[in-house]
Write a protein that binds this ligand. Structure first.
Ligand SMILES: [Zn+2]
Length: 384
């Protein structure tokens, strides 16, 4: 008895090569790809194939380019960003750590994610993930210190950690990276030290940038609700102390990071919602990729990521879930669905490409090809 090949049909086919196409399909014989391409052509060439209709996407698995696994024991809460940081992240800090990371890693694994970019807050979690995680990608060590007086000491401690943890990297396992938390929560002195170190060591970086409109206000005027929230969290430290300059009209988190030389290290910039057209040009010229987290942005009242403008400027875009505390789940397929809903006018193929190829550009790894002779994977059939 011979089994007839199966023809899987989809609205969007991404083979990992070129750009995703509409109305595509894959012919699978046994466990091997016999052909992939336009559906009409496959129907003609494989009349004996049994057709399985109705998928939205066939593609290599997506990547979750921005997570906080160690916050997986937090409850989800929707609040404006400047209230969410103190009322959720800081208030719930006792729940942050290794136990959350275990739960989070399981959720990421179960969601069919090919890789992840995770922000790690404590040493025990970093050591566990470096030794145990079987999800490839990058583990970014989070650094947060707005006080320039302690920049040198914080930098030395960071370097000691990195040197020790480099020995824990395994072939095929996650690689180490660095995450200065946000443009306004790491002092200008520390930014210079970290960016130079990361560039010299080839350490990938992720930075939260221009997430909420109040961050744009902070850089332009030194005031607003985020400045007030910072004033309560780090009393005695002014915004100009942190930035090493006065806030001013025309200053943005992007132009500030560029002025410090940080963008030369080509960090991945996460969120990037409240940007100016000039910021987008700067990011395109510097070659920094950006990660968008549509559900988190919606839940923290951040506004809408200007996807079309980034795409027009040729900026590499990836997708991430952020933590469950703002993003609801760590399932990247949920985030892809949200991206389609939040950007109804956007060509849905751009979202697929971002989740697959953009994600790997950010966190590392190669896109497997769906083409004749390659092994077929059921994971290529994305959940609808
Ligand atoms: Zn985040």
């Amino acid at each position: 008895m011979t089994l007839s090949p199966i023809l899987y049909a989809a609205d969007i086919l991404y083979t990992g090569m070129g750009s995703p196409v509409r109305s595509g399909g894959v012919v699978v014989s046994g466990q091997t790809v016999a052909a992939a391409g336009p559906l009409a052509e496959l129907r003609q060439n494989y009349p004996q194939a049994r057709e399985v209709p109705g998928r939205r996407v066939i593609s290599p698995q997506p990547v979750n380019a921005h997570t906080h696994l160690d916050m997986s024991l937090y409850d989800f809460k929707s609040l404006p960003y400047f209230d969410w940081i103190p009322e959720v992240v800081i208030a719930g800090r006792a729940r942050r750590g290794l136990e959350g990371a275990r739960v989070g890693l399981e959720a990421v694994r179960a969601s069919g994610t090919a890789g992840m970019g995770d922000i790690v807050w404590d040493a025990a979690t970093m050591e566990w993930l470096l030794q145990e995680s079987d999800v490839p990608g990058t583990l970014y060590w989070e650094v947060l210190d707005p006080n320039p007086a302690s920049a040198q000491a914080t930098f030395e401690a960071t370097r000691e950690h990195i040197v020790a943890w480099r020995r824990l990297e395994r072939p095929g396992g996650p690689r180490l990276g660095l995450s200065p938390h946000a443009a306004h929560t790491v002092s200008h002195e520390l930014y210079r030290l970290l960016a130079e170190y990361a560039a010299g060591e080839g350490l990938p970086m992720q930075i939260h940038v221009l997430e909420h409109p109040s961050e744009a206000e902070l850089f332009a005027t030194g005031g607003g609700p985020l400045a007030a929230s910072m004033g309560r969290m780090v009393p005695g430290l002014s915004i100009s102390d942190i930035l090493g300059r006065e806030p001013s009209e025309g200053l943005t988190a992007v132009s500030y990071l560029e002025s410090l030389g940080v963008l030369k290290a080509r960090p991945t910039l996460v969120h990037m919602v409240n940007v100016t057209p000039e910021d987008i040009r700067t990011v395109a010229q510097s070659g920094c990729p950006v990660v968008t987290c549509p559900r988190s942005n919606r839940n923290l009242h951040c506004g809408t990521f200007p996807w079309q403008a980034y795409a027009a400027a040729g900026v590499e875009i990836a997708l991430g879930t952020d933590s469950v505390a703002s993003g609801e789940t760590l399932n990247i397929h949920d985030e892809i669905q949200a991206a389609w809903a939040v950007h109804p006018g956007l060509d849905p193929r751009l979202v697929v490409r971002a989740a697959v190829k953009g994600g790997r550009r950010v966190v590392g790894g190669r896109v497997p090809f769906i083409r004749r002779g390659e092994t077929w994977s059921e994971q290529y059939l994305w959940p609808d």
